[in-house]
Design a protein around this ligand. Structure first.
Ligand code: NAP
Length: 386
């Protein structure tokens, strides 16, 4: 994605502290769209003359003005001769809104500093257009942070594979809870963080055992209500899930999809009851282990425009997605407890990994618990393209 034609900035260079300050503000503004913009990215913008900011904006909701348009409107005539700091390349196509490149050109902005390029084939190419029309364009300021912020969006458009985050609450001995019973593992603050994660993903996946043991709601009930509630997806090979569950009782609040095997006896129609209560039923082939093929599930998700998935367990599903090499980011909420030998293992069947496979990118104390965020090497390498 990067081009020799732009000035490429490798992080904050000496003498560029003012630029970095504005870009960091734009990144903070971008976060205000959390949960509201998918399938678009989170974007923030700052318009400035030197140290003086004359316009600020962010993409607040899918379908609304893009960040740069909001910031340029605020700047008004002061946009002339200014520098526009943008966390993502401006769009160059007629979508829900007019091409942002056209507005930038009309307002007389002199210089555009971008944190990273937009790999979306439909919308990208804005940097070239601006450059050809005489605007100074620089790419790469605060790029690592900008890539992390929109990892889901960037990954999907670079690979055409849904971004998968694996989130687990686990004990010090890597157990998910006591056997056969719903076990609270982490405290309030970890729960709040988990609800925020739900708000930023298009779908949530769990295995059938988790539904049977926990009877969870799987809705985003934190301080942020997502624009589109994430689809709740259950892996249930033989369609044995009961309809007398919290998921079905709340089906009006968020869709429920159940995925089962495509080789069941159709005369019996085992998914009949689920369909009758409004569940969307999908069928995929089994893998060699007799469970549902993760690769086929991911193909189904891609074809249904699911850009990002939060896998919430249990351990068998977590192991399957790791084995299939589908997890890009892991959120481990570690509680200071042991569940002992009888506890449900978090990773009952994963192959050994190398130290360099998973990079810790964040560690936060959340009350008594600790959140560790790890990015897979393949994510890091892929995002370097923008
Ligand atoms: N602490 C946490 O963060 C957390 C989160 C979730 C769950 N839990 C706990 O974890 C326990 C359940 O975990 P679990 O490991 O026993 O089961 P699970 O991962 O919830 O469900 C596994 C089941 O899903 C179905 N499945 C279908 N395709 C699959 C595939 N490709 N890979 C894996 N599973 C597939 C299979 O059931 P069928 O053959 O019937 O289709 C399989 O037995 C519960 O005790 C729950 O309380 C804890």
């Amino acid at each position: 994605m990067s081009s020799d034609r732009f000035d490429l900035i490798a992080g904050a260079l000496p003498g560029r502290t003012e630029d970095s300050k504005h870009m960091r503000e734009a990144l903070a503004l971008a976060r205000r769209g959390w949960g509201q913009v998918s399938p678009n990215p989170l974007v923030g913008a700052v318009v400035a003359h030197g140290d003086v900011v004359v316009g600020r904006g962010w993409h607040s909701r899918f379908g609304d003005d893009h960040a740069e348009i909001v910031a340029l409107k605020e700047a008004g005539s002061q946009a002339r001769g200014s520098t526009l700091y943008l966390t993502l390349e401006p769009c160059n196509h007629d979508g829900k809104t007019a091409p942002c490149t056209e507005t930038i050109l009309k307002t007389g902005v002199r210089r555009v500093v971008l944190a990273c390029r937009d790999p979306n084939r439909e919308a990208g190419g804005g940097a070239e257009v601006l450059l050809e029309r005489g605007i100074q364009v620089e790419v790469g300021l605060e790029a690592p942070e900008a890539r992390r912020l929109n990892a889901e969006f960037l990954w999907f458009h670079l690979t055409n594979i849904p971004f998968a985050s694996l989130k687990l609450a686990l004990s010090l001995d890597a157990k998910l809870g006591a056997p056969s019973t719903r076990t609270p593992v982490t405290g309030e603050r970890a729960l709040e963080a988990a609800h925020r994660l739900r708000a930023s993903h298009d779908a949530i996946i769990v295995g059938r055992n988790t539904i049977e043991t926990d009877d969870p709601l799987l809705t985003a009930r934190g301080d942020i209500s997502p624009r589109r509630p994430p689809v709740r997806i259950i892996l249930d090979t033989e369609f044995r899930m009961k309809v007398d569950t919290e998921l079905i009782r709340t089906i009006e609040e968020a869709p429920v999809w159940v995925i089962g095997a495509d080789d069941l006896d159709r005369r019996e129609d085992p998914a009949r009851e689920l369909r009758a209560v409004g569940v969307r039923v999908l069928e995929v082939p089994r893998g060699q282990d007799g469970l549902l093929s993760m690769d086929h599930i991911w193909k189904e998700l891609t074809s249904r425009q699911i850009l990002s998935v939060l896998i919430e367990g249990g351990g068998r599903v977590a192991s399957s997605v790791i084995r299939a090499g589908l997890v890009q980011r892991m959120y481990a909420f570690v509680a200071p407890v042991f569940f002992g030998e009888s506890g449900v293992p978090a990773f009952p069947d994963v192959p050994p990994s190398k130290m360099e496979d998973w990079q810790p990118v964040e560690r936060n104390p959340l009350g008594p618990d600790t959140r560790i965020v790890l990015d897979h090497r393949s994510l890091h390498e892929t995002l370097l393209q923008v």
